[in-house]
Design a protein around this ligand. Structure first.
Ligand code: MG
Ligand code: ZN
Length: 218
């Protein structure tokens, strides 16, 4: 079934409004010299767990971090991240499957973002529409866990194409799930030749330092 022109127009207007709001955010972040990172992935790839290890590593290197996290419901992820003592705010989208720039604008009132060097936004777990919503970030990181299948980038090209960095997460499980790393990297590069790829594990801390340094150098 093809969509009616009216629906397409409404969708186009929403995206245009979002782009305007995102640009306003980007200007504001630039003024305060804050690096903003948008982390996207499918549900269960380990975004929150990675952050609980990445934030202490950044802190160790003198970098202050604030966090906005999005989920449909619950404050569970924010509560986990708050244990790192980062200023954290949970957005509950109440059904919306992605974050939009105006939600970030509102969330800023609830965190100490001006006092941080890096603002990390953990998006709603979803590899589809978050690709189309600019949140005013400087850097987009997509997670792909070794349990997800090597063809994820081919199935969700927009997301992998719009990202700057791909973290292959849960790398400690690679052998157990017979993850074909070579094939995964070939697929990632096919969709996005410029993608920086970092293998990481929140469990063994593999790649956490590399990821922290990537953010610091950016
Ligand atoms: Mg999470
Ligand atoms: Zn959505």
């Amino acid at each position: 079934m093809t969509k009616s022109p009216k629906i397409i127009q409404i969708r186009k207007n929403i995206l245009e409004d979002n782009d305007i709001n995102a640009q306003k955010l980007r200007d504001k972040f630039k003024k305060h010299k804050i690096l903003v990172v948008n982390i996207v992935s499918s549900p269960g790839s380990g975004k929150t767990e990675l952050l609980t290890k990445l934030i202490p590593e950044l802190n160790k290197q003198g970098i202050k971090v604030s966090v906005i996290v999005g989920d449909l419901k619950t404050e569970n992820d924010a509560n986990r991240i708050k244990k790192t003592r980062a200023s954290t705010y949970q957005i509950q989208t109440d059904g919306n499957c992605h974050l939009e720039a105006h939600m970030i604008e509102n969330a800023l009132k609830n965190i100490d973002w001006k006092n941080s060097d890096i603002l990390i936004i953990e998006n709603v777990g979803n590899l589809v529409c978050p690709a189309n919503y600019d949140l005013g970030e400087n850097l987009r990181i997509v997670l792909m866990s070794v349990t997800e299948g090597e063809d994820k980038p081919l199935k969700y090209p927009t997301m992998f194409n719009s990202a700057d960095v791909c973290v292959i997460s849960k790398i400690d499980l690679a052998e157990a799930v017979e993850f074909n790393k070579k094939l995964a990297i070939t697929n990632l590069k096919k969709i996005n030749p410029d993608l920086k790829i970092i293998e990481a594990s929140a469990k063994t801390l593999t790649g956490i330092k590399t990821l922290a340094e990537t953010l610091i150098k950016y």
